[in-house]
Design a protein around this ligand. Structure first.
Ligand SMILES: [Zn+2]
Length: 323
């Protein structure tokens, strides 16, 4: 009965059959999107989002998330792009262990990584994120992104979805132990975002890097400061890791080699746009005349490259003015 009341309330914009059956428990539609789990160490796993922009078809499953099973509980790294996807990740974890999911680390506050938080909060996990995410939460960009995602994947966010906060803000390096497994959390940013956080699972040599490094796709630059980002990649590579799980794309068993793609792309953007700025070439002309062939075949090139180049062009203008 209660369910029908709920349906009556939601019928205007929501499909009743896909709304969770326990009223009050979940406000978002269920997802049954396929999710393959990859194991990269004795305790360490990840799921890989599609190398696409968010769409209704991919439900916003466009980023990676990791989890680490210790004998005392589970640590999760990133929550994916909606509470429904967060639930899917929990289902996959539950196929492997019934131990409590105790802690969730957020790599950075971008929609595809932290919108899944409510699913984990609902089951009692504690959420940690770097304190520098405050800047994003209060930004116009965050409100705009939320409006956009509500349009595309609103049913998997739920009608009351608002930007979820962590339970604990981190402002310094943190090391902790769970079930005999040592974890190191390091602030690597500002790079892709001011708050970029990486997690090393020490016995496994597995580094969850967030979006500081993308594997196999053109990164999303946004308003990131690319000069600082390049420095951050070098800081990241100092961390002794056998495997690196990036924020997007396949895990890398040769972090040094694979970080090069992100680094080369950023260096190339800065060189090309820097030259254009130096020679007073307007952006459109500059963009047209750059030979992009080296990166053209990468997934998301068409969706991201022009915007990235434009943002870097503006940055190079700024940098030239402040010199
Ligand atoms: Zn991001």
């Amino acid at each position: 009965m209660l369910r029908y009341t709920l349906c009556a309330l939601l019928v205007l914009s929501w499909s009743c059959t896909s709304v969770a059956k326990t009223p009050g428990a979940r406000a978002w539609a269920r997802s049954d999107i396929p999710m393959t789990v990859h194991q990269v160490g004795p305790h360490s796993y990840y799921v890989e989002g599609r190398l696409e922009e968010a769409s209704r078809a991919n439900e916003g499953f466009i980023a990676n998330a990791g989890f680490v099973i210790t004998r005392a509980g589970v640590v999760v790294f990133d929550t994916l792009g909606s509470p429904a996807l967060g639930d899917r990740l929990i289902e996959e974890i539950r196929k492997r262990t019934q131990l409590p999911i105790k802690r969730v680390i957020i790599s950075h506050y971008h929609a595809d990584h932290f919108y899944g938080i409510p699913a984990f909060r609902r089951i009692g996990a504690e959420i940690w994120a770097d304190t520098r995410a405050h800047a994003y939460l209060n930004s116009h960009a965050a409100a705009e992104r939320l409006a956009e995602r509500k349009q595309i994947i609103g049913r998997w966010l739920g009608p009351d979805f608002g930007l979820p906060l962590p339970d604990r803000w981190l402002d310094k390096p943190v090391d902790f132990e769970m079930g005999g497994v040592h974890f190191s959390l390091r602030h690597i940013g500002p790079a892709h975002s001011p708050e970029d956080l990486a997690m090393l699972v020490e016995p496994d040599g597995v580094l969850y890097s967030g979006d500081v490094v993308y594997a196999g796709r053109v990164p999303f630059v946004g308003n990131a400061n690319t000069r600082l980002w390049l420095k951050a990649i070098d800081r990241l590579l100092v961390i002794p890791a056998r495997v690196m799980v990036p924020g997007h794309g396949d895990a890398s068993f040769n972090p040094r080699r694979d970080a090069r793609m992100t680094r080369d792309y950023l260096v190339f953007l800065r060189q090309q746009m820097g030259l254009a700025v130096q020679n007073f070439v307007p952006f459109d002309d500059a963009y047209k005349h750059v030979d992009w062939s080296r990166f053209e075949a990468e997934p998301t090139f068409n969706a991201a490259n022009r915007r990235n180049a434009y943002n870097v062009y503006l940055q190079m203008e700024q940098e030239s003015l402040s010199q």
